[in-house]
Design a binder for this molecule. Structure first.
Ligand SMILES: Cc1cc2nc3c(=O)[nH]c(=O)nc-3n(C[C@H](O)[C@H](O)[C@H](O)COP(=O)(O)O)c2cc1C
Length: 315
């Protein structure tokens, strides 16, 4: 059983990966996607999006961070993957799920799910370029408009030489609308020989039990659920170990919130980044913790980081 922290552009950046993996339960995490177009990105781009590259490509807690790339030009993606290795990448993942219109207009992300043969070409080209010991994985949705090609896409990823695939159990058109269709993940699991990681709508320990039962996968990727409920992975890990999966109480959540804010300030100084990121996180935790609603309201009107730090200290 492996629990993986999902790649989430604009939400799970290096600071969020750091804090969530310190809280515990995760076996691995994945970077936000690095978009590949016509150029080969230099060191600055890789380190900006994946600062873990400078630290053995692990978070502070020692959890490996996979580098995710997104694009449609197979040869240039291969060159970029090799470039990422130069700076320390130890595992590469390819994104076939992004629904963003700009990305899809340039033939990247989920739009490729209409063309399994292009998926296979991209995966096999990147695979052929990478040294044998570097694992290559991919992440897909169930399709673009519909699910007609979900198995073809999964086979394309396997045939291209990926060592595992994560399946976000929705089409592009379905966006993030519940429900996630875990039963399709089961069909992929049954058809493929490589490990399949189930993903989509795991917000509680009970959701985890349900996705495992319905998908037949033993590995699960957690996205929004892990941000809303920062100890979700820890609860799941404890449950799997036969321990009491007791949920984190608010005072402990606050300790992590203070650390998160401090790390944001260390990263970006007295910019808008620390307060914007904190408001974003509390906005998501409001869905789980009543205390987060109160704290969010207290910091919402504040415009200065030191005022926010003061409120956090007193909370
Ligand atoms: C804000 C946001 C950003 C995302 N960015 C990425 C990304 O960079 N790469 C990727 O493969 N998936 C991305 N995803 C999809 C998630 O990794 C995940 O597949 C999806 O949120 C479903 O899982 P969940 O229900 O556990 O959140 C993103 C999702 C969200 C909500």
């Amino acid at each position: 059983m492996r629990l993986i922290l999902a790649p989430m552009q604009g939400l799970v950046d290096d600071v969020m990966r750091d804090v969530l993996t310190r809280i515990g339960g995760f076996d691995a995490c994945v970077s936000e996607f690095v978009r590949v177009t016509h150029t080969v990105h230099g060191r600055g781009v890789w380190l900006k999006l994946v600062p873990e590259l400078e630290y053995n490509t692990q978070t502070f807690a020692g959890v490996d961070c996979t580098v995710q790339i997104l694009g449609s030009d197979a040869d240039n993606m291969a060159l970029n993957a090799l470039e990422a290795l130069k700076y320390g990448a130890k595992k590469i993942d390819i994104n076939f799920g992004c629904p963003a219109p700009t990305v899809n207009r340039h033939q990247g992300g989920s739009v490729l799910l209409r063309e399994p043969q292009r998926i296979e070409h991209i995966v096999s080209t990147v695979r052929a370029a990478l040294p044998e010991h570097i694992p290559l994985s991919a992440k897909m949705r169930l399709g673009y408009e519909d699910k007609a090609l979900f198995l073809d896409c999964a086979h394309a990823i396997e045939n291209g030489g990926a060592c595992e695939v994560t399946v976000h159990a929705r089409t592009k058109i379905e966006g993030y609308e519940p429900p996630a269709h875990w039963v399709y993940v089961k069909r992929i699991c049954e058809a493929l020989h490589i490990p399949v990681i189930a993903n989509g709508d795991v917000f509680t320990l009970d959701d985890y039990k349900a996705i495992k039962a319905e998908s037949g996968c033993d590995s699960v990727m957690l996205g929004r659920g892990a941000v809303r409920r920062p100890d979700l992975a820890r609860q799941i890990m404890r449950y799997e170990q036969g321990l009491d999966p007791a949920a984190m109480a608010w005072p402990e959540v606050m300790e992590w919130v203070r650390l998160f804010f401090q790390l944001c300030e260390t990263k970006a100084g007295d910019s808008k980044y620390p307060m914007a990121r904190l408001k974003q996180w509390l906005g998501m935790m409001k869905l789980v913790y009543p205390e987060a609603v109160v704290l969010f309201e207290a910091i919402r009107p504040l415009k200065l980081n030191h005022e926010i730090a003061h409120v956090l200290k007193a909370a």
